[in-house]
Design a protein around this ligand. Sequence first.
Ligand code: CTP
Length: 398
Amino acid sequence: MFKDKKILLGITGSIAAYKAILLTRLLIKEGAEVKVIITKAASDFVSPLTLSTLSKNPVLQDLSSNSEWVNHVQLGRWADVFIIAPLSCNTLAKMAYGLCDNLLMATYLSATCPIVVAPAMDEDMWKHPSTQKNIETIESYQNKILSVNNGELASGLFGEGRMAEPEQIVDYLYHYFQDTTELVGKKVLITAGPTYEAIDPVRFIGNHSSGKMGFALAEEMAMKGATVTLVTGPTKEKISIDTIKRIDVVSASDMYNTCLEFASDSDILIMSAAVADYTPITVATNKIKKKEGSWEVALTKTKDILYSIGQQKKNNQFLVGFALETNNEIEHAKQKLINKNADCIVLNSLNDANAGFGHQTNKITLLDKSGNITAFDLKSKKEVAKDIVSFIISKLNG
Ligand code: CTP
């Protein structure tokens, strides 16, 4: 993924420095050349020996080494990107004010390559007005700030301030190094995840869709330069590209209304959500108490978003639907392509092991209006997203 890429990794003094070890390992595994600069405070958290062994390069800490000046100017020119992860509150403040008291800061101030930072700190420190002001300041200097995660912090408290996970940083860099021009100017609408249909204030009808496939598609589209709106049902998935407009919805009806609002203005529409086909006719205001005997919930059909968009589709719009089938898969998918007036159907078969709902991997067959049927191998959902997006691009290009 990062063959021939030169990555300069700056590590500052935060407990999250331990994650920089995994980050180094992942970058090297993906073929990058990595040089590491650590601050004195960072070396209290992680050993330079571990980092030099993993990066296969000496770890740099001081402005001079063995009476020789370390050429910090050259480091910033050597790198394709300088990533500072974790970025401590202290180094953030130095970046905002241009202090130059160590090798990392000298390299930062003289770097000509793009700079990406992954802040890590306690929630209260993160939310402090001075921290937020410093973040705004360094952002205005064209540094890229990766979002902090919400979760358990070193203090034992839960909240915002966790450093982006090494995998998220690798993902970001992967997007960063991609050719982002193919879909520039295209607006893409994607649905993802399940929908929850309320029965009463505490119960709902849902399904096991994780949202992974839709999120991977949104990221792949954004990576190619598209302007992406992602309408998602309840999911734990997170978006690592902040240009994606994420709209959270709960029910099929919410998803329908939101999609219809954006549909006519979209060039590519991908309906990957597992939308409930039925919803309770009435939603009880109070929690329904259990009674003797069985209980029947009267359901009514939801509006089919893919079908509705298919009916109003313009010639220059490309509509993709998903089909999850258990038998006569190709025949059913062909029917769906026609009935819903889609340009392409992504077929998942429940007969394929490790594919579809809840899995990290997927195995798809693509059917298009010209009658082409293309089967793909079992792949990670990110790889599958790439196949689908490449397929769409090839169709758009004629
Ligand atoms: N879909 C939708 N709105 C709905 C239901 C489904 O947009 N209310 C979309 C899904 O996002 C997916 C495709 O339609 O792209 C799935 O088609 P569907 O006919 O719902 O498939 P199944 O639910 O599997 O239906 P069937 O039981 O007929 O196979």
